[in-house]
Write a protein that binds this ligand. Structure first.
Ligand code: NAP
Ligand code: 3JN
Length: 352
């Protein structure tokens, strides 16, 4: 039987997340009947290649979503706040990569390996939220551990690459390295301090409680995705001079007795997880090896001797793929297969 195909819009198509979404739609042969690439007036008129054809980037406007069935959004939180409801009202199911709708009780926050059933809740607002990249990779690794040993407390520290902050942040790291090697003064536009050869213990703005917004996103989103408000979580998020791939040191304390061997056994067959754990042979996950890959890599699994039931581990994933674009496309795949198949409000009204 021929696969049903969908008209798809990408809002923020020229950004690092938008471009990765296009790559992944092609790679996974997502059934696209027609594609609409949307951005601001800065990029309108540019061309981006999709499936061997140059597609013109159009201005994101209120009228853009007529006849669109699935909208993959990454134009920034304030832009999604305005345009996602407009698209949703026009009958388009929006999968939004920004933080704007994540904690809305009427919007599901989904990682397909963890809570695919939550997708059904999209019907309330026609919007599904994609979690923050640091949250996604952590919950993919922790869900099987929570199911088996029941997590009481999580202490996480992140080492986040500059691509998490977008196109201009990547350019800033390259430029600062060049400036330093050519003895010029370092210019800063995106990050509050020099990022080249440095680590910044600040991602996003500081809140009144002393944490950054990125840290509180990890706390709040993890509870919502795991459906468990009782887990105690504390996070420290740090920007490091790596281009792609976020790393996390994750400490968990569990109700049930836990050993490194039992954790490895649980993670070995877990969806979306790849064990990379032979430290004496120098085998553990690192961003240079994990970027460009789809899995969440876990290594350095060891006992936390400071508590009766504790484990330490090291979790690495490609923040642009599983942390953003891939997770969004995987949500679209479940949505298309299990919810829209033959039941989308619109028939695809434009074709590539
Ligand atoms: P980026 O590389 O800076 O790209 C931003 C994109 O948004 C560009 O396509 C830009 O278009 C577009 N845009 C900006 N203002 C717009 C407007 N007024 N109307 C229409 N399009 C507009 O950033 P990125 O890394 O792709 O991230 C974009 C957003 O995705 C972030 O702000 C964040 O909310 C979300 N994000 C989520 C995760 C996650 O953890 N899941 C990770 C990274 C990012 P122009 O080319 O016209 O400027
Ligand atoms: O910095 C990172 O590594 C991830 C950043 C994600 C991000 C960047 C700007 C705005 C977000 C996000 O996804 O939470 C947002 C936002 O939508 O608030």
């Amino acid at each position: 039987m021929k696969k049903k195909a969908y008209s798809v819009a990408i809002a923020g198509a020229t950004g690092v997340v938008g471009r990765e979404i296009l790559n992944i739609l092609e790679e996974r042969d997502f059934p696209v009947a027609g594609i609409r690439l949307l951005a601001s007036e800065r990029s309108a008129g540019e061309k981006i290649r999709f499936r061997g054809k140059d597609e013109v980037v159009r201005l994101l406007e209120k009228e853009t979503f007529e006849g669109v069935q699935i909208g993959l959004f990454s134009p920034g939180a304030s832009v999604s706040a305005v345009y996602a409801p407009i698209a949703a009202k026009a009958g388009c199911v929006v999968i939004d990569n920004t933080s704007h709708f994540r904690m809305d009780p009427d919007v599901p926050l989904v990682v397909p390996e963890v809570n695919p059933g939550a997708i059904a809740g999209y019907r309330k607002k026609n919007i599904i939220a994609n979690p923050n990249c640091s949250t996604i990779q952590m919950v993919v690794a922790l869900k099987p551990i929570h199911d088996r040993f029941r997590i009481k407390r999580i202490v996480v520290s992140t080492y986040q690459s500059v691509s998490g902050a977008g196109r201009e942040a990547m350019d800033e790291l390259s430029e600062q390295v060049r400036q330093i090697f050519t003895m010029r003064s370092v210019e800063k536009k995106v990050f509050p301090h020099q990022i080249a050869f440095n680590c910044l213990p600040q991602i996003d703005v500081f809140l009144d409680n002393g944490y950054t917004r990125e840290e509180m996103k990890m706390v709040d989103e993890t509870k919502k995705i795991l459906g468990d408000d009782s887990i105690n979580i504390t996070a420290t998020t740090v920007r490091v001079p790596v281009f792609v791939g976020h790393s996390e040191s994750v400490n968990v304390e569990t109700e049930g007795a836990i050993t490194p061997e039992a954790v490895k056994k649980v993670l070995r067959g877990a969806p979306g997880v790849k064990l990379m754990d032979d430290p004496k042979k120098g085998v553990y996950p690192m961003p240079v090896e994990c970027s460009g890959r789809d899995e969440v890599f876990v290594g350095r699994i060891r006992k936390d001797f400071s508590v009766p039931n504790g484990i330490n581990m090291w979790v690495v994933s490609d923040n642009l793929r599983k942390g953003a674009a891939l997770n969004a496309v995987e949500i679209a795949e479940v949505l298309a297969k299990e919810y829209l198949n033959g039941r989308a409000k619109h028939k695809a009204s434009f074709r590539v």
